[in-house]
Write a protein that binds this ligand. Structure first.
Ligand SMILES: [Zn+2]
Length: 261
């Protein structure tokens, strides 16, 4: 078993990096052109740990919700602080249950610090690996590792992916960037969980497309994960508000389909 550590990664906290992140978020590569007419809540899991594929998916299945799992194939079959990571069998089980497999990069690189060529090659390698692991469906969803990207890089993904998720908190309405959609993180910080809950409740009155993301789903979870009961509470809250709890691809198709009505 390969044990990877995630502590080695440190985001660039310089002033320049902060300004760049803000400019990147303001620079919309591909706007969502319609306003969601009802609320969509997409529960998503990054990297992704086996506990997300079993416990996380089971919690969604309890209310017939469909989620998305962004696979980093360089982590497949390994273990780190998030526990054991997914393998080929998880891809099959999730797909058969109606969940979506999205992409991360292959090496989980910081896309804001690598060259465009390196990022795109890493993305291609990840898709090739997913195919080799038996996942032969088109992969049209992507999540930026660490949420990091650059203004120049975002447009390059428009031909490859229908929607791309970031990690900055917020809801998505008309004008949101399909190449850097906002999302609410569930992690060790309970305030973040409450923030996500408030967003779900708010969207019941003001329709929006909401992404929730986390990593491992275990009682003794990592700093980036969540306890099963806390995830279940949000899933049931979303159900109780009447939100559509579908995959990102289903949500996007439904939102864009609204233009025809
Ligand atoms: Zn990740």
């Amino acid at each position: 078993m390969t044990v990877m550590t995630m502590t080695a990664y440190q985001p660039d906290r310089s002033l320049g990096a902060k300004v760049r992140r803000r400019l990147t978020r303001w620079s919309v590569a591909e706007p969502l052109r319609v306003q969601p007419k009802r609320s969509y809540v997409c529960f998503t899991f990054d990297d992704f740990p086996k506990s997300a594929a079993d416990t996380g998916a089971e919690i969604l299945d309890e209310v017939d919700a469909k989620g998305c799992f962004y696979a980093c194939t360089g982590m497949a079959g390994t273990s780190n602080q998030m526990g054991r990571l997914f393998d080929a069998e998880d891809l099959t089980v999730l797909r058969l249950a109606g969940h979506e497999i999205g992409a991360h990069t292959e090496s989980h690189l910081d896309c804001a610090r690598a060259s465009d060529e390196k990022v795109l090659a890493d993305i291609r390698q990840n898709l090739t690996n997913l195919d080799a692991m038996g996942h032969d469906l088109p992969v049209t969803q992507f999540a930026w590792p660490y949420g990091e990207t650059r203004t120049r890089l975002k447009p390059k993904l428009t031909e490859r992916f229908h929607a791309v998720r970031g990690v900055l908190a917020g809801t998505n309405r008309k004008g949101a960037d399909l190449m850097q959609l906002s999302a609410y993180e569930l992690d060790e910080n309970d305030a973040n969980i409450e923030r996500a809950a408030a967003a779900i409740e708010h969207a019941a009155r003001h329709p929006a497309w909401i992404f929730i993301f986390t990593h491992d789903v275990r009682e003794k979870h990592s700093a980036w994960g969540v306890a099963p009961d806390k995830l279940r509470r949000l899933v049931r809250l979303a159900r109780d508000t009447g939100a559509e709890m579908v995959t990102p691809s289903m949500a996007l198709a439904a939102i864009q389909g609204n233009t025809m009505s």
